[in-house]
Design a protein. Structure first.
Ligand SMILES: [Zn+2]
Length: 493
């Protein structure tokens, strides 16, 4: 639409009354000189200038700025809509002549054409601002110790990422669950499996694979004690990444960590529902943020107040269960109700359903990513690509991958085949979900959904009662089933 109007504007320029007459270059130079020294009638004839970002995130607020020759006199920022200039905002230049203003076009377009106009009708040069979605790539469990650590020692710290670094780096924001401590200190705590990776491996996760945000709220970040846990947090931050869900106290572990891309602020918060309980942080103990309804509500709400988009990440579920359980649905529902746009889970070591409704998405488990995968089901993985705007989730895709040994490799060409064969999880996320979020045509359990479903229905209802849940207003979640006990399995992860 805007493209068309921009062309129209170009072919038949809008006439502005009081436009400054064209002058010979020498006179114009003199006028500029005069404007720089003393205000004069000539200066008042100078058109305003306008600066704007070249690209912004869809739907986000951005700053335009510029100068005008008449300080204190009202000036309008205008936007071209359907071939006509309309007022977007007003500004009053400071005594220095400079002005700046936050603006947000009401209708989201892929291109905005802007200009500034003074009260006397002088106009600035036009500025084109492109607008696009911000892409988030998310992956499941990344372990830099154990079997991947052995492979890294043998092949170098880039080894885990050689098959996926390109696609991971290409996203605006890349997220994963770091399922180990990263430190040269500490000793293993009494526990069946303890994972610790080398700092050089973490550095390449940042530099080569392009990770921006790591969840540390899980059952392995504390494997080598508090000092190693705090090292993991500080090393992650020192590399320029955000560390979410763990810290020196509960206050720090629950703090939303924000990344900004093209003006869009995305806040991440992390929660762990997996034992040992000794890993959970308290007011005066370092550790992870435990997934409790109270923690989820307060952390997500805080994030909501500070950012355009909120992603809540959970370490939860039962290992090797390909379906989410009622406890996961309960926690996801609480997070969404508190204002999360996305819920991203891990820990079961297998993929679980990805459900998107409206502008919210829940990926119950993204499975393993860099991990010693011992069976076809735990080797099956993917990269969740989510398109974000200031309004939330605009689209998503699960790019299938498979872990060979410890290293994931893309499986793009076989995506369709895989989706058909692998049952509901990949089928829903890889093909069917975009147009019909809960259609689940390939699911052996679910039936074709009623025309309108809500995310609350999807999350709150046990799988066996999909058909019962169709009330859009029912957003209450029942955390009760999960709060009493935490199911853990002796297996690693
Ligand atoms: Zn885990």
């Amino acid at each position: 639409m805007l493209a068309r109007s921009a062309i129209a504007l170009r072919s038949s320029p809008v006439r502005v009354s009081g436009r400054a007459p064209r002058r010979p270059p020498a006179l114009a130079a003199l006028a500029v000189l005069a404007a720089a020294t003393l205000p004069s009638p000539a200066a008042a004839q100078q058109p305003p200038t306008l600066q704007a970002p070249r690209v912004v995130a869809s739907g986000t607020t951005f700053t335009v700025s510029g100068t005008a020759a008449a300080p204190g006199r009202r000036l309008t920022i205008q936007i071209a809509l359907n071939g006509r200039w309309r007022q977007l905002a007003a500004a009053r230049p400071r005594p220095s002549g400079r002005f700046s203003r936050r603006v947000r076009p009401r209708r989201t377009r892929s291109r905005y054409l802007l200009r500034a106009m003074t009260a006397t009708g002088l106009v600035s040069a036009r500025r084109t601002v492109r607008s696009r979605h911000v892409t988030l790539s998310a992956v499941g469990d990344v372990n830099l110790g154990d079997a991947p650590g052995v492979a890294i020692d043998a092949n170098g710290p880039r080894y885990p990422w050689t098959g996926t670094a390109r696609i991971l780096r290409s996203a605006d924001v890349t997220f994963g669950n770091l399922e180990c401590a990263v430190s040269t200190r500490g000793a293993p705590v009494p526990k069946t499996f303890t994972f610790r990776g080398r700092p050089s491996a973490l550095a390449e996760m940042r530099r080569y694979a392009g990770f921006d945000v790591l969840n540390l709220a899980n059952n392995h970040v504390g494997d080598f004690g508090t000092r190693a846990l705090l090292d993991t947090v500080s090393r992650t931050r020192a590399l320029g990444m955000r560390a979410v869900g763990a810290g020196g106290s509960l206050a720090s572990a629950s703090e939303p960590r924000i990344v900004e891309r093209l003006g869009l602020e995305i806040a991440f918060v992390g929660f762990s529902d997996i034992l040992p309980a000794s890993f959970f942080a308290s007011a005066d103990r370092a550790g992870t943020q435990q997934a409790t309804p109270a923690n989820i509500r307060s952390s997500v709400r805080r994030a909501r107040r500070r950012a355009d988009v909120v992603v809540a990440t959970f370490h939860w579920g039962v290992e090797r269960d390909t379906r989410e359980n009622a406890r996961q649905r309960g926690f996801a529902g609480i997070a969404l109700k508190a204002g999360a746009d996305g819920v991203i889970g891990a820990h079961p070591h297998v993929l679980q359903p990805v459900v998107r409704t409206g502008r919210q998405i829940v990926a119950y488990s993204l499975g393993n990513f860099v991990f010693g995968a011992t069976s076809p089901i735990t080797a099956r993985t993917g990269i969740l690509r989510v398109r974000l705007s200031a309004r939330g989730v605009e689209g998503h895709r699960l790019v299938p991958a498979v872990i060979e040994g410890t290293r994931p490799r893309l499986r793009r060409k076989r995506a369709a085949v895989l989706a058909r064969r692998s049952g509901p999880v990949l089928a829903r996320s890889a093909i069917g979900l975009r147009s019909s979020p809960l259609g689940l045509r390939s699911s052996p359990v679910a039936q074709p959904a009623p025309v309108k479903r809500t995310i609350s229905a999807a999350i709150d209802s046990p799988r066996s009662s999909w058909r019962k849940c169709d009330a859009p207003s029912t957003f209450t979640c029942s955390p009760a089933p999960g709060i009493r006990s935490t199911k853990t399995s002796p297996a690693r992860g």
